[in-house]
Write a protein that binds this ligand. Structure first.
Ligand SMILES: Cc1cc2nc3c(=O)[nH]c(=O)nc-3n(C[C@H](O)[C@H](O)[C@H](O)COP(=O)(O)O)c2cc1C
Length: 137
């Protein structure tokens, strides 16, 4: 739900093609071809979902050796039961190495996902997309 709202927000900006994918389906080529990235994860056991970690694990080795090609603006949203901070911290830590640059304040949803959270997700997608369109990143 959060991902769909981010995607809707991004799609509301002219000239933007949105690629909404699961982490498992996301590849190095997707990073190469995109202007900006929004990463979403639940917090499981105080960490990101395993498939998000798998995405980083699969792509990092190449990125590490070709860093100049992979500077991208990014942000994060987290769905958590009652915390979410460590999943966020760990994603941010990994993204420093990619090297992605955080350009928007991350969102943490705690408990049931509310309409307010979905509106924030829409704004997140819209703002990042507009920034990409304007070339400000
Ligand atoms: C295996 C498992 C571990 C979880 N660990 C945490 C946790 O460490 N911290 C937390 O705040 N919520 C935790 N939760 C709650 C989930 O983060 C919460 O239900 C979240 O909304 C799940 O998002 P999803 O519906 O996209 O899977 C856990 C849930 C599961 C199933």
């Amino acid at each position: 739900m959060m991902a769909e709202s981010v995607a809707k927000g991004a799609a509301s900006v002219d000239n933007i093609v949105v690629n909404l994918k699961t982490a498992a389906d996301t590849t190095l080529e997707d990073i190469r071809n995109c202007g900006g990235i929004v990463i979403g994860s639940p917090e499981y056991f105080g960490y990101m979902a395993g498939m998000i970690k798998d995405f980083f694990d699969r792509t990092y080795e190449f990125v590490k050796n070709n860093k100049k090609e992979f500077h991208r603006p990014y942000t994060v949203f987290i769905s958590a039961g009652n915390d979410g901070r460590n999943a966020l911290n760990q994603i941010e830590r990994i993204c420093l190495g990619f090297p992605f640059r955080k350009v928007y304040e991350p969102i943490i949803s705690r408990g049931n996902i509310t309409k307010g959270i979905l509106n924030k997700c829409f704004d997140m997608g819209q703002t990042i997309a507009a920034g990409c369109d304007f070339g400000i990143y």
